[in-house]
Design a protein around this ligand. Structure first.
Ligand code: HEC
Length: 95
């Protein structure tokens, strides 16, 4: 019985974690893509700034530390908050 409870808890936790990750990815894709893609749509950008591409899960995962630093700990990204990211979205990225 206890075993089943532990199994259930660990699956539930893992699911919550996956949802949090999906949410973070969704925000990053929504707020950063105009500049951080292979061919930015943002006027004046010929290539992604500093080569930081945020198009795929792997790319986002690779930049996780930098994203936390530039979005959550400082507000360096998006520049001048051009993408109008909200405080709650920043908090979700941290989670
Ligand atoms: C309006 C265009 C624009 C948007 C939107 C934008 N960025 Fe950037 N990003 C830049 C530019 C320009 C630089 C290069 C800044 C520099 O040279 O210091 C940059 C640099 C970065 C870097 C590298 C910083 C470094 O010094 O190594 C990271 C990481 C980053 N952005 C993440 C993000 C994330 C995450 C988002 C979305 C929340 C985002 N950016 C949204 C334009 C943008």
């Amino acid at each position: 019985m206890l075993f089943i409870l532990i199994m259930w808890l660990s699956t539930a936790l893992r699911r919550a974690e996956a949802e949090g990750l999906a949410q973070g990815r969704y925000i990053v894709l929504g707020r950063c893509w105009m500049c951080h893609v292979a061919k930015p749509v943002r006027l004046g950008l010929l290539r992604p700034p500093k080569g930081v591409k945020l198009e795929t899960e792997a790319q986002i995962a690779r930049q996780a530390g930098a994203i936390l630093l530039h979005v959550r700990l400082t507000h360096a990204m998006p520049p001048a908050n051009l993408a109008m990211i909200s405080e709650s979205e920043r908090a979700q990225i941290r989670t």
